[in-house]
Design a protein around this ligand. Structure first.
Ligand code: ADP
Ligand code: MG
Length: 614
């Protein structure tokens, strides 16, 4: 083919690819235009997930009739005029591309009437062809209707998800922008039904409560704006969730830069840094954070969708976010608490009376946090009740597939083998070869994983229908992931169905969850988040392993759980019977051994056999 100039419509359609990816992008652009026009009320109506139609109406400044044709032309904007303006962008739009792009891939009808003008006007663009502007009755403000999105661009249409999924994305966007702009009232109707309807308010917290629902609100901690006196410094404020509300995915964070919803790894990272030590490193706390800074300190012109930004001084942003989050957590006394141990220097026993009562000799360590166990000691003072859990586990057929050690022997641990739990996390014992230190969580996780994997080959896990299904809010991508992961979940004994347009219901859960105190809802949401984050499944076995390892992790004793001597012994016995117990399913070691020879060498006791009391 010879080189040739592309026709304008094709140029616009290609360009539209970057701006208009899906119905939610259309809604985003139209709502942002309304906000730029100073609207105080914005209502969005979609049909069929926005694929059939989208209508956004506002009470903003309006477009004069003679400017309507320009509005849908590429690179035509009223928001900037010269290069220098790029350095001080105060509007959400500025590229003059959105309406032109939308008009290139859909049928667009704009009806507008500027304030103080008596008549409105309408412009229709069909298949990229602009019709004549004609007078039309209209209230002050603008209404843009978009129909048949991507009808002329099948390549794009193919990539659209179900109307439900697309609709959920739109709702998700409207909720996000509504959080950013509490001063504006928002309405979203989906297929004629009201999905969102929030009045304008002066209080950001009222809007957050209205959007996030009563459930999330109590878990939020306010991040107060702080000033270091430097007017160029970023101002960071908003809310973060308590650590226990954290999720596996950062998608649950809403970040705003000068009122613009952004996605930014730097800020996400800074939030997590703020939570360091308060929450496991692979989790993302809920966060609604506003970063306000001088427009010249940031470049929003990185990508046509404008959700990516580039900071001039990234380290200053990072530090401000981290400090803001940290200060909020400190103010809420969320630094990790010291848990008193029984008989320890810090006093009373917080657990049930049976825990450290009489008849538990040898329970207490003489020094430090160590706790010396004998096999007849009662269960630990707090935390995971391994004995009870393993009894429950044993009652379930899962245990049948665990190989019992030959002759019922407890592996190679010698008769001397006492167990000491230190730091509520590690078990110290000995075997014929040396001193053994075990990461209790990693080991238990490995064992649970092996059991589950052996068990699942026999059929679905035992499942229990819940009296009342657990209903949780879920995003579009989570519901999509649910569609894909459903069969796998069923094998695990989890019956989860989508429930309305943006929630899911857990109808049955494995009995194992009840006996091990696993929160089914948290498990399911986590699993779906990981599913999304991971992308397409390589193969079923890999997906199953991943899910089983998650399950094993949740159902296992954690680091920090005090456990009884009996439980510790049981754990070590099971490990001895397990073929490969040296690493947890995530590949971290479970066990560390210091050979006797090494110990002797270090103490300068050459070639001497280990002897007690010598
Ligand atoms: P941009 O927002 O980048 O300027 P758009 O293509 O989104 O580009 O819009 C083009 C122009 O049309 C805007 O600059 C604005 O002047 C006008 N416009 C679009 N939507 C509205 C609206 N809802 N109210 C008032 N003016 C609007
Ligand atoms: Mg715009």
């Amino acid at each position: 083919m010879p080189i040739r100039r592309l026709p304008p419509l094709l140029v616009d359609q290609i360009a539209a690819g970057e701006v208009v990816e899906r119905p939610a992008s259309v809604v985003k652009e139209l709502v942002e235009n309304a906000l730029d026009a100073g609207a105080t009320r914005i209502s969005v109506a979609i049909v069929g997930g926005g694929i059939d139609s989208i209508e956004v109406a506002d009470d903003g400044g309006g477009i004069p009739a003679d400017e309507l044709p320009l509005a849908v032309e590429a690179h035509a904007t009223s928001k900037i005029a010269e290069s220098a303006d790029l350095d001080r962008i105060g509007t959400l739009g500025f590229r003059g591309e959105a309406l032109a792009s939308i008009a290139a891939v859909a049928e667009v009808r704009i009806r507008s009437r500027p304030h103080g003008v008596s008549d409105g006007a309408e412009l229709v663009v069909r298949a990229g062809r602009r019709e004549a502007v004609r007078p039309a009755a209209a209230p002050p403000g603008t209404r843009v209707a978009v129909e048949h999105l991507f009808r002329s661009v099948p390549a794009r249409r193919k990539f659209l998800k179900s109307p439900r999924a697309e609709g959920t994305r739109i709702a998700e966007f409207v909720r996000t922008i509504a959080v950013a702009r509490p001063d504006v009232s928002f309405r979203l109707s989906m297929d004629g039904r009201d999905a969102i309807d929030v009045p304008a308010t002066a209080e950001a917290s009222d809007r957050i409560a209205a959007i996030m629902g009563g459930d999330a609100a109590p878990s939020l901690i306010r991040v107060e704006p702080r000033s270091d006196g430097d007017p160029d410094s970023p101002r960071v404020w908003g809310y973060v969730g308590r650590p226990e509300a954290a999720r596996a995915q950062s998608r649950h964070q809403r970040l705003f830069l000068n009122g613009r919803a952004i996605q930014d790894r730097l800020v996400i990272h800074a939030v997590r840094e703020g939570f360091r030590g308060v929450m496991p490193g692979d989790r993302h706390p809920l966060a609604i954070l506003f970063v306000d800074l001088d427009p010249s300190e940031v470049d929003v012109n990185v990508h046509p969708a404008k959700t990516e930004v580039r900071f001039r001084r990234p380290d200053a942003i990072h530090a401000a976010v981290r400090r803001g989050v940290r200060a909020a957590l400190q103010a809420a006394s969320l630094v990790p608490e010291f848990e008193p141990s029984p008989g320890g220097p810090s006093g009373p026993v917080p657990a049930s009376p049976s825990a450290a009562g009489p008849g538990t000799p040898g329970l207490l360590a003489g020094r430090g946090d160590g706790r010396r166990f004998t096999t007849d000691s009662a269960r630990g003072p707090k935390g995971f009740d391994y004995a009870k859990a393993s009894a429950a586990l044993d009652a379930a057929p899962i245990v049948e597939s665990v190989p019992t050690p030959p002759g019922g022997e407890a592996g190679s641990r010698g008769p001397r083998g006492g167990v000491l739990q230190v730091a509520d996390s590690f078990l110290v014992t000995e075997d014929d070869d040396g001193l053994v230190i075990v990461d209790q969580h990693a080991l238990h996780e490995r064992l649970s994983f092996e059991r589950l994997r052996a068990r699942i080959l026999e059929g679905p896990l035992e499942s229990q229908a819940l009296l009342t299904p657990i209903v949780r809010e879920a995003g579009a991508s989570q519901l999509e992931a649910l569609d894909e992961a459903g069969p796998l979940l069923a094998r695990l004994g989890l019956r989860v169905v989508s429930f309305g347009e943006r929630s899911l219901a857990i109808e049955a859960a494995p009995t194992l969850f009840a006996s091990r105190g696993v929160d089914a809802a948290a498990f399911v949401l986590d699993l779906l988040d990981r599913w999304i984050e991971r992308g397409p499944v390589p193969d079923e076995a890999a997906a199953l392993d991943e899910v089983l390892s998650m399950m094993a992790c949740k159902a296992s004793v954690r680091a920090g759980d005090a456990i009884s001597g009996l439980a510790a012994e049981a754990l070590l016995d099971a490990a001895a019977a397990c073929e490969d117990s040296t690493h947890c399913p995530h590949g971290r070691p479970t066990t560390l051994r210091i050979p006797w020879a090494e110990l002797r060498r270090r103490f300068g006791r050459n070639a001497e056999a280990p002897q007690r009391g010598s």
